[in-house]
Design a protein around this ligand. Structure first.
Ligand code: KG4
Ligand code: ZN
Length: 350
């Protein structure tokens, strides 16, 4: 067994997991995991409030680590390493998790592995599907990121595309806000979309047809706002039409990226919170099949933020001999591909 304690605290979920990096099935790999969502604390504000998030992590995390070790029937001394998200994310929350991991590593004299949250998402499909091998083409779609990357191995990422404005999850969340569906928005939009007509509201498909596979969703969000203000269509028709427009963009952009990727990709992979969306998974399945590739997507619970993916990324890193010093810094920004060129028209997102 290669036992790793994983900790995640970069946004609004506090999570801890015990991972066996040598397990050969998903069930054997996740020895125990716990997650506490802060949805109720943030709901009145319609989004995540960083200060509230950080304070909630402080209250919940240490007892959660004790509880998850008890669930596993193990102690800190049984762990081979402690892995925690060190960024990117809301810096207060990241610091709570990283400092906790440092204290545990110091107290138990264990190696520390500082994990990039995005690498957690990027490798989560390998946690779920032991037959997934490098290299693969990854569509990473979450609340803060929307990228397409070649994943050639641990720490080996080449970014082919990113968003020039909003992330896909952000577009779902803003649409939910416009329609008064509350927070978190993505699952609510998906549910309402099932009751609507996806052809009812004419909405733009930004960047569709462009030769580079980048994304843009700000114009779509503005169009959703105008459609709502016009008062002609039902909310269900707006939700369905929005989701269809967003998925048309994702499929078109991913098709371009499949054409631009290096030869030898073994699979099309989707990860990150929005990968929990069933309509997105269906659309990508068809696209992957067109290219003779399997679509690999983790189970929905491993798509949204969790500590199993952080423990797993820690296990992959630790198996390769990587660990980090106790003075490793928390990083609000931490791109997977540090060499990616800035995109014309883009803001500051990494
Ligand atoms: O990966 P994640 O849990 O947190 C980040 O690292 O951002 O992703 C959260 C995002 C949110 O924007 C949420 O609305 C979206 O994923 N999301 C969904 C669904 N489930 C979560 N979007 C669309 N459909 C869903 N079923
Ligand atoms: Zn995430």
């Amino acid at each position: 067994m290669a036992l790793i304690l994983g900790i995640e605290s970069s946004c609004d979920e506090t999570a801890a997991a015990v991972i066996d990096g040598n397990g050969t099935t998903l069930a054997a790999r996740i020895v125990a995991q716990r997650i506490a969502s802060q949805d109720d604390a943030h709901r009145p504000y319609g989004g995540v409030v960083p200060e509230i998030a950080a304070r909630a992590h402080v209250e919940v995390l240490a007892p959660m680590v004790e509880a998850v070790l008890a669930d596993a029937g193990l102690t800190l001394g049984d762990m081979d390493a402690i892995a925690a998200t060190a960024g990117p994310g809301l810096i207060g929350g990241v610091m709570v998790g990283l400092v906790t991991a440092k204290a545990l590593a110091m107290a138990a004299d264990k190696p520390l592995v500082a994990v990039n949250h995005l690498e957690g998402h990027a490798l989560s499909p390998r946690l779920a599907d032991p037959s997934l091998h490098y290299p693969y083409l990854l569509l990473l779609v979450s609340g803060g990121h929307c990228q397409i990357l070649e994943v050639a191995g641990v720490g080996q990422y080449r970014r082919l595309a990113t968003t020039i404005d909003d992330a896909l999850g952000e577009a779902f969340d803003k649409t939910a806000k416009i329609l008064g569906l509350g927070y978190p928005g993505g699952p609510a939009v998906e549910r309402l979309a099932r009751e609507g007509d996806a052809k009812a509201v004419p909405l733009p498909r930004p960047l569709v047809g462009s030769g580079e596979p980048h994304f843009s969703f700000a114009g779509l969000k503005s169009a959703v706002m105008r459609a709502k203000d016009a008062g002609i269509h039902t909310d269900a028709d707006i939700a369905a039409s929005f989701q269809q427009a967003a998925l048309d963009c994702v499929v078109d952009r991913t098709r371009i990226a499949l054409g631009a990727a290096a030869p030898g990709m073994t699979a099309l992979v989707v990860a990150g919170g929005v990968a929990a969306n069933a309509a997105l998974r269906g659309a990508l399945e068809a696209l992957a099949a067109d290219h003779g590739l399997p679509l690999v997507a983790p189970p929905p619970k491993l798509c949204t933020d969790n500590a199993a993916m952080i423990g797993w990324a820690g296990a992959e890193r630790f198996a390769l001999g990587y660990s980090d010093p106790l003075d490793v810094a928390a990083r609000p920004r931490w791109p997977l591909d540090a060499n990616a060129a800035p995109v014309r028209g883009a803001g500051v997102k990494g």
